[in-house]
Design a binder for this molecule. Structure first.
Ligand code: C2E
Ligand code: MG
Ligand code: MG
Length: 660
């Protein structure tokens, strides 16, 4: 068949002037259409234009009215466009529908000839017809004797054809022929209009979908997510429901792009989008908000357990490697969760908070999730103010350091102190260190603040040493990912060591596993430069990340600090002690020292000591205290050492230092 009956692609057309020919009057008899009837049918059509009739509606209307007004048994119409299957077919009864379809299947018949030639085709007696041999037997078997087909014309082209079927042989009255062609032409004109309307609608739908969706993955984009959040906010307000946002950022995605190229990177993103789509609940919105960042909005959350379970499922979605272009790529994600509690307003700050929580997950080494309750988080307004105020905090003298003792577990002597950033905000009071560092990392102040912490820590140690020359302590300084990866970090450290005359071996830089998931090769280079300066490197908060063991082997780290979450489990959960023991054994096997963080009870002290942690830190031994309190700390420690050498037992718990 040369042409397949299908929907057409008409020319651009919005208005369609239609010439309605005058039908000569009077028309004879009840068997032939009269002028009044024809104009009633035409005015019916005219109304379709103003009532936005859809294409199928126009066709149905045409075949239904035409059998009423012409001397025929049934009517059918098919819209045709070369190359595709017909989208629009209408018929006045089941037989006529079957004939329309039959002609499509056969690829021939009066309908197709009328379409192809642009002229009406008359078959007054099917039994005498030699043109449509395949079509005729079926039509005759169904009781059809005559067929009249009229092209649906527009200019020189055609949209399809209208077929009239009759159970009686014989010509159609010429006036019926003229009326049928008029109706076909009028219908064609209205069809063009309907099609233009539909195309305009499809284009605007496509445009709207394109403006609201990410072209790579097809997921909703940030704009649509924003709209859904507004919708969630209204629902939460009306029906007191809760909502949560999960913010997932792929770990080491840059490495994938660098190693395999952007095309594979893109395919990986599509694979991730597919897996995440499988884990979200119906009704949740999964959006891709930028590069490797995906956000899930959960409305109608019953309790926070729902969203934590979802976060775990998101984590599980990354367990199996992705196969992209025949290559297996392992990929994990850091997930931040922020949720509104019952009765709390749902706002787009949830995204900001989930982003913050995601940052915490990254800091812990990735492949994990962290949750934040909206109420406990600083509001975006607060954050904006803090962001602005932090810029002047250093020069205004609002930043300070607190020092927390680090003891040798064997005898609880103070061997070092950890410098912890303190920001006393004139209105908000003490800002948590993690909030300060988070803001500084995001607004780029971390390099300046971090350099100040280093210099202050080393200078303070110089003063303590001058007062207590016999009691040198190490100073541990936390270094954030952005700071370490920033340009010239090793040079900054070298400059500080020189200016403060600091013994490099007494400076301990505390890194988190986040350093390695950002850009492993850059981290290797910077760490090598630092080692060359003679400083010591410790992996902080160890055990919360995912690929921790791999990092231990690959990077030149001297010691690890077991995260306080594991230590906190000692005494509550049998696995706590087992995990601390296992991590400690492993670190020792790799030639590293171990510090237990967050030791608060004697039981925890005994356990971490018995499993071989050389050092410990926690409220049991001392809370963070101002620099001015450290000499006193050292003096007490000196006294305790003197007691010990005189055979006097130290008190059951360490000295209580002022919390800061
Ligand atoms: P971190 O390096 O793991 O520091 C230990 C944190 O645990 C400190 O919180 C400390 O006050 C707290 N802590 C110590 N012992 C105990 C204990 O027995 N129980 C409990 N519950 N907590 C204990 P802080 O000062 O709020 O600091 C939080 C984090 O902020 C630090 O974790 C560190 O990652 C970061 N941070 C602090 N100062 C700086 C800094 O100057 N630069 C950078 N980049 N990060 C910093
Ligand atoms: Mg630390
Ligand atoms: Mg820590």
């Amino acid at each position: 068949m040369p042409v397949g009956p299908v929907w057409f692609r008409p020319p651009r057309l919005v208005a369609c002037p239609v010439q309605i020919p005058r039908v000569s009057s009077p028309w004879a008899g009840g068997d032939v259409v009269d002028e009044v009837t024809l104009s009633s049918v035409l005015s019916d059509f005219a109304r379709t234009l103003t009532t936005d009739f859809p294409i199928q509606g126009i066709l149905d209307h045409l075949v239904e009215r035409i059998v009423d007004v012409l001397d025929v048994t049934a009517a059918g119409v098919t819209l045709i466009s070369p190359g595709t299957a017909p989208r629009y077919v209408a018929a006045s009864d089941a037989d006529a529908l079957a004939f329309e379809r039959l002609q499509t299947e056969l690829g021939h018949g009066p309908c197709l000839t009328a379409y192809q030639t642009g002229d009406a085709v008359t078959v007054p007696d099917l039994r005498d017809d030699g043109r449509f041999l395949d079509f005729v037997p079926t039509a005759l078997a169904a009781g059809v004797r005559a067929v009249f087909a009229f092209p649906l014309r527009h200019g020189a082209g055609r949209l399809g054809a209208l077929d009239l079927y009759r159970d009686r042989a014989g010509e159609l009255d010429p006036r019926d022929m003229a009326a049928a062609q008029t109706l076909a032409d009028v219908a064609a004109a209205y069809l063009l209009n309907a099609q233009a309307r539909q195309e305009a609608l499809e284009i605007s739908d496509r445009f709207r979908a394109g403006a609201l969706h990410d072209p790579l993955t097809g997921l909703p984009n940030r704009t649509l997510l924003q709209q859904r959040i507004e919708h969630a906010a209204q629902r939460a307000h009306r029906s007191h429901t809760q909502a949560a946002v999960l913010f997932a950022d792929l770990d080491r995605f840059k490495e994938v792009n660098d190693t395999y190229g952007h095309r594979i990177g893109d395919e990986l993103l599509v694979g991730v989008a597919r897996r995440l789509s499988d884990v979200v609940r119906p009704g949740d919105t999964l959006a891709r908000v930028s590069g490797d960042e995906f956000v899930i909005l959960c409305e109608d959350m019953v309790d926070v357990g729902d969203v934590l379970r979802l976060a775990a499922r998101v984590g599980d979605a990354f367990t199996a490697p992705f196969v992209v272009a025949g290559t297996e790529i392992s990929c994990t994600a850091s997930v931040g969760v922020a949720y509104s509690g019952p009765g709390e307003a749902v706002t787009d700050e949830l995204i900001t908070h989930a982003d913050l929580a995601m940052y915490q997950a990254k800091r812990l080494g990735g492949a994990t999730h962290q949750a934040l309750n909206q109420r406990s988080a600083t509001t975006a307004g607060d954050r904006g103010r803090l962001d602005r105020d932090l810029r002047t905090a250093l020069s205004a003298g609002h930043l300070d350091l607190a020092y927390q003792p680090i003891v040798r577990t064997r005898d609880r002597s103070v061997v070092g102190v950890e410098a912890l950033l303190r920001w006393t905000h004139p209105q908000h009071g003490t800002v948590p260190a993690l909030t300060t560092v988070g803001i500084a990392e995001q607004n780029g102040l971390i390099e300046g603040i971090g350099a100040w912490v280093l210099e202050r820590g080393c200078a303070d140690r110089g003063r303590w040493l001058a007062e207590h020359p016999g009691q040198p302590v190490d100073v541990s300084v936390n270094v954030s990912v952005r700071q370490l990866m920033g340009p010239g970090f090793a040079d900054t450290v070298a400059g500080v060591l020189e200016r403060t005359q600091m013994d490099p071996a007494a400076l301990v830089l505390e890194l988190t596993e986040g350093v390695f998931i950002e850009d492993g090769s850059r981290a290797t280079a910077v760490l090598a430069d630092l080692k060359a300066l003679g400083v010591r490197l410790t992996l902080d908060d160890f055990g919360t990340g995912y690929c921790s063991l791999g990092y231990l082997r690959r990077f030149p780290v001297d010691a690890i600090k077991i995260d306080q979450d594991f230590v906190a489990d000692i005494g509550h959960d049998a696995s706590g002690a087992a995990i601390v023991a296992a991590v400690s054994d492993l670190a020792h096997a790799l030639g590293m020292d171990v510090t237990a963080e967050g030791v608060e009870t004697l039981e925890q002290h005994d356990v971490v000591t018995s499993v071989g942690c050389e050092h410990a830190q926690g409220f049991l031994y001392g809370r963070p205290l101002p620099a001015s309190g450290v000499p006193e700390l050292l003096r007490c420690a000196g006294d305790r050492a003197a007691h010990r050498s005189a055979g006097v037992r130290p008190p059951a718990s360490g000295p209580r230092w002022q919390a800061s």
